[in-house]
Design a protein around this ligand. Structure first.
Ligand SMILES: NC(=O)c1ccc[n+]([C@@H]2O[C@H](COP(=O)([O-])OP(=O)(O)OC[C@H]3O[C@@H](n4cnc5c(N)ncnc54)[C@H](O)[C@@H]3O)[C@@H](O)[C@H]2O)c1
Ligand SMILES: [Zn+2]
Ligand SMILES: [Zn+2]
Length: 361
């Protein structure tokens, strides 16, 4: 029997989000219904509301979540009702050309639930990143559920489901930051601060945080930044070069994702260095770079989908580092809010007041 619960939807481009009743079908084969305990507010939810991802409204927002599996459909063996899980938005298929070559983190055919959640009138909802967790419960593909240590608080563990994993992975997996590397991170919201934390975990010796807001830079120091640059006051490219002996950083991570910051990242890296784009651009954005500089500066220009993570490998590992006190996930949780407060949380995010607002259920 389907059930009715509360959920936060975005009905039209730019319109305020609404808390409404949604209908969750029973899990079909390969699916699971998860009782959500916490879900972080990520900038990508706002991108959805603004029409920056696609125009398949209405969206059921929320995708950085932890909860408890309530029920599973036929054929589901790796999770059971009662399991504490973090939801992931890249459940690997195991069969596409990337998976077959052992590159599961790039899976080109990731899974979501086959059935649709709906509004009461039957209108199908498009869940953000195939999750939709600003809701009491949600329906996902069972592969989107990753079991983790239940002693980790849901507000902290849930953040690994998107932005914090993307940031840590942008440094560790995509940027391959290693001992002694210099790293610069442009944009220190949830994702960028996590890239700072990831760079520290990986042993970087110089970590330069760049943002427009001093508050974000203070937080970034807490996560391991050794130097900070306010991009309103200083040119980030010059500042990063100055802080790296005049050369630029080995790895520069763009956690904003606009042409201006990408260009800064491109020129703030040392010869043969790596640029990692983890911020998500909108469809209208373009960059223009001298092709000779692309060649002459060498190195690698990479994009980081979800921090190139493998949820089954990375979520439990990062939760362990958290429970051991080696990764401060609580430090990302600026405030805990209710399901009805998402629109206000977007405004606080845009003003730069928060790293993460987390909806608690
Ligand atoms: N690649 C992925 O898998 C993935 C996953 C999650 C989020 N994202 C994307 O990452 C980006 C960041 O997300 P977030 O949740 O951290 O957002 P956020 O709004 O919390 O943080 C963005 C930060 O960038 C700063 N900023 C904005 N313009 C800047 C500029 N010109 N120079 C320096 N700093 C600037 C802001 O002050 C803010 O601190 C978004 O584009 C989001 O969609 C990507
Ligand atoms: Zn695959
Ligand atoms: Zn996200």
């Amino acid at each position: 029997m389907s059930q009715q619960v509360r959920g936060v939807i975005s009905r039209a481009k730019g319109a305020p989000v609404e808390l409404t009743t949604i209908v969750i079908p029973d899990p079909g084969p390969g699916e699971a219904v998860v009782d959500i305990q916490a879900c972080g507010v990520c900038h990508t939810d706002l991108h959805y509301r603004e029409g920056g991802i696609n125009d398949e409204y209405p969206f059921l927002l929320g995708h950085e979540a932890a909860g408890v599996v309530e029920s599973v459909g036929e054929g589901v063996t790796h999770v059971r009702p009662g399991d504490y899980v973090v939801l992931n938005w890249r459940a690997v298929c195991g069969e596409c050309r990337a998976c077959k070559r052992g590159r599961l983190q790039y899976c080109f055919d990731t899974h979501n639930a086959e059935q649709k959640m709906t509004l009461e009138d039957g209108t199908e909802l498009e869940p953000a990143l195939g999750i939709g967790a600003f809701a009491d419960k949600t329906l996902v593909a069972a592969g989107q559920c990753t079991k983790v240590d239940p002693s980790a608080s849901p507000a902290a563990a849930g953040l690994l489901g998107c932005g914090i994993m993307a940031g840590i992975g942008a440094a560790i997996n995509t940027g391959e930051v290693g001992r002694g590397d210099s790293v610069a991170v442009i944009g220190c919201g949830g994702v960028g601060s996590a890239a700072v934390a990831g760079s520290r975990l990986a042993g970087a010796d110089r970590i330069i945080a760049v943002d427009l807001e001093d508050r974000k830079l203070d937080w970034a120091r807490g996560f391991g930044a050794t130097h900070t640059v306010n991009a309103r006051e200083n040119d980030p490219v010059e500042a990063i070069r100055e802080l790296t002996g005049g050369f630029g950083a080995d790895v520069v991570i763009d956690a904003v994702g606009v042409p201006q910051t990408y260009e800064q990242a491109f020129y703030a890296r040392d010869l043969a260095g790596t640029v990692v784009l983890v911020g998500v651009p909108t469809p209208d954005m373009r960059i223009e770079l001298p092709l000779l500089d692309v060649f002459g500066r060498g190195g690698a220009l990479k994009s980081s989908w979800y921090g190139d993570c493998l949820p089954s490998r990375d979520f439990p590992m990062l939760v362990d580092l958290y429970t051991q006190g080696r990764l401060d996930l609580d430090g990302f949780v600026t405030e805990e809010i209710g399901l009805g407060d998402v629109e206000d949380a977007f405004a606080r995010m845009e003003r730069g007041d928060v790293l993460r607002s987390v909806v608690r259920l």
